[in-house]
Design a binder for this molecule. Structure first.
Ligand code: 8GT
Ligand code: MG
Length: 337
């Protein structure tokens, strides 16, 4: 579990013939020209019509502030000639919602029907799942925005409910549909050959994820496994307790913190023995996971994040489905125990 989320730099992302990059103050006039269009603005809840020219500059300044603070990431969508043709962005939840973000986008009317929003939204969601530790991304679309509802469905978003929302430009409440997607749902919906599916193979976007984990051993040489809870990636699989190393954090410090957060036990750093490591290329990131052995701790392990726990003999490990990264580690544990 992450203690806090540090802002990360907005990347420049490529998808198909489009480029997504952080907004710049110079984009204001292009944004104003494209968004101040009834076709576009009637689908956006928070914008007035007509859209005053100076609002674009204020909004850009706000997005840059939010990005510096790690609260939102907004991108200009540029076509192959570098012309701004829309925007896409994610606003991150706070507090208990920190693993969720909401998606928003618009595309200039002249570019509708060309898959711009689909490709851009997909690219940003894939980046966000890989880099921001998100579990879900939500989106809301006006019920009469059939194109947007269809686009979200095509990206793997599920409709989770209906409601009403004030739309400034329309001067009142409008029926809306709420949607949500997880990383596996987004990945499952990718259609091979589409620009958004091809974009993922771009090597510059691969991320190395450093995760630290422990094989806790009881006096009978049984290993403690924890079942990944619902809502997390790889939910239901059994894993070694542990988690992501925070930027600037030492490995052992991270592991001591994770074991306390996830299991409520106190482990001295001296009780952690480096054992082996897992290295696995997941679809969107490379996992590097040092695995430590630990035989001594204070307290009784409890699933503090709602995860089931099991003490498992090395010979029984095969009965517990584990993430693919863990499978090469099992022979070493069997040999040791
Ligand atoms: N802890 C742990 N993570 C593993 C194992 N095997 C494996 O592939 N992973 C991957 O490593 C990453 C660790 O994520 P995590 O969800 O434990 O991270 P965390 O405790 O910091 O949680 P949070 O990000 O929800 O705050 C996940 O992508 C997970 O799928 C394992 O045996 N133990
Ligand atoms: Mg964890």
């Amino acid at each position: 579990m992450s203690a806090l989320r540090l802002p990360i730099a907005s990347p420049t992302l490529a998808v198909g013939t489009f480029t997504l990059r952080a907004l710049k103050p110079d984009d204001a006039s292009a944004i104003h020209a494209r968004v101040n269009d009834w076709n576009v603005i009637r689908m956006l809840s928070r914008l007035p019509f007509p859209y005053p020219a100076d609002l674009a500059a204020q909004w850009i300044a706000e997005t840059l502030r939010q990005a510096r603070e790690g609260r939102a990431y907004h991108f200009a969508i540029l076509d192959s000639s570098g012309q701004l043709i829309g925007c896409v962005g994610l606003t991150l939840g706070q507090g208990a919602q920190k693993n969720a973000a909401s998606l928003g986008y618009w595309v200039a009317h002249s570019h509708w029907g060309q898959g711009v929003a689909r490709q851009a939204a997909c690219r940003v969601c894939r980046w966000a799942f890989a880099h921001l530790g998100l579990h879900t991304i939500t989106a809301t679309a006006a019920e009469d925005n059939a194109a947007s509802c269809a686009l979200l469905g095509r990206l793997g978003f599920r409709q989770t409910g209906k409601g009403e929302q004030s739309f400034m430009a329309r001067g009142g409440k409008v029926p809306v549909q709420h949607f949500t997607v997880t990383q596996p749902e987004l990945d499952a919906a990718l259609r091979p050959g589409t620009p958004e599916a091809e974009a993922q193979t771009s090597p510059v976007q691969r991320k190395l994820l450093l995760v630290v984990a422990a094989a806790l051993l009881d006096p009978d040489n049984r290993i403690l496994l924890a079942q990944r809870p619902e809502g997390k990636a790889l939910a239901g699989l059994w894993e070694f307790p542990g988690g992501k190393v925070e930027p600037g954090e030492e490995l052992e410090t991270a592991l001591v913190r994770e074991l306390y957060e996830e299991l409520g036990i106190d482990v001295g750093r001296a009780c952690l023995t480096p054992f082996t490591f897992a290295s696995h290329a997941y679809e969107t990131f490379d996992l590097l996971m040092p695995l430590y052995l630990c035989r001594q701790w204070q307290g009784t392990p409890q699933g503090r994040e709602g995860q089931a726990l099991a003490w498992v003999h090395a010979d029984d490990l095969a009965s517990y489905p584990m993430p693919p990264a863990d499978l090469p580690l099992l022979p070493f544990l069997r040999a040791l125990l």
